[in-house]
Design a protein around this ligand. Structure first.
Ligand SMILES: CSCCC(=O)/C(O)=C/O
Ligand SMILES: [Fe+2]
Ligand code: NI
Length: 181
């Protein structure tokens, strides 16, 4: 079940609130400029499926997002716990970073934990299959796929280079909960 846990930066052990209803999650995040939507991910895709397979299965939804929002690049992260580089891939996203563009991710299988640092609050968004999240450009955040990754996410970018991140150097991510698996 998707969820949103909201913490004060000073209390990583105890969330101020935990929301599990889609409308509550979406409206709380919308107040901070974060889009949280639910799109049906009807094609059965297994974590580990190839980028080509995933893009072909979700061509309609990808085209809709690209046309509506002007995204120019798409790629896929598709991982299961057999992946030989899973520890390196997990580590890549675990530290707080920003992007110069919105972070748009459509989960078509499995789950992952996005954590956003907005002013004095931390928003941990557990995204699952069918969730579409768009984090505004410049928002400090990190992502945990867990020790045993199991997810497929379609990523859309509005620059031709794809994934470009600037790490903040803040160790805040190490104090907040990781994805339990
Ligand atoms: C869920 S997609 C992989 C993570 C990623 O692209 C990113 O930028 C995390 O912050
Ligand atoms: Fe990111
Ligand atoms: Ni699964």
């Amino acid at each position: 079940m998707s969820s949103l846990s909201v913490y004060h930066v000073s209390s990583p052990e105890i969330p101020n609130k935990v929301l599990t209803h889609f409308e509550d999650i979406a409206s709380t995040l919308a107040e901070k400029g974060v889009r949280f939507d639910r799109w049906e991910a009807a094609a059965r895709i297994q974590p580990g499926a190839s980028q080509e397979e995933v893009i072909a299965a979700y061509r309609t939804q990808i085209d809709k997002l690209m046309t509506e929002r002007g995204y120019v690049t798409v790629d896929v992260i598709s991982l299961n716990s057999d992946h030989p580089q899973k520890a390196e891939l997990r580590a890549k996203f675990l530290d707080e970073h920003r992007h110069g563009e919105d972070e748009v991710r459509f989960f078509v299988a499995g789950r992952g934990l996005f954590t956003l640092h907005i002013d004095d609050y931390v928003y941990a968004v557990l995204c699952e299959k069918n969730d579409l999240i768009s984090v505004p450009a410049g928002t400090p955040h990190w992502f945990d796929m867990g020790e045993h990754p199991h997810f497929v996410a379609i990523r859309l970018f509005n620059n031709p280079e794809g994934w470009v991140a600037k790490f903040t150097g803040d160790d805040i991510a190490s104090r907040f909960p990781r994805l339990e698996d």
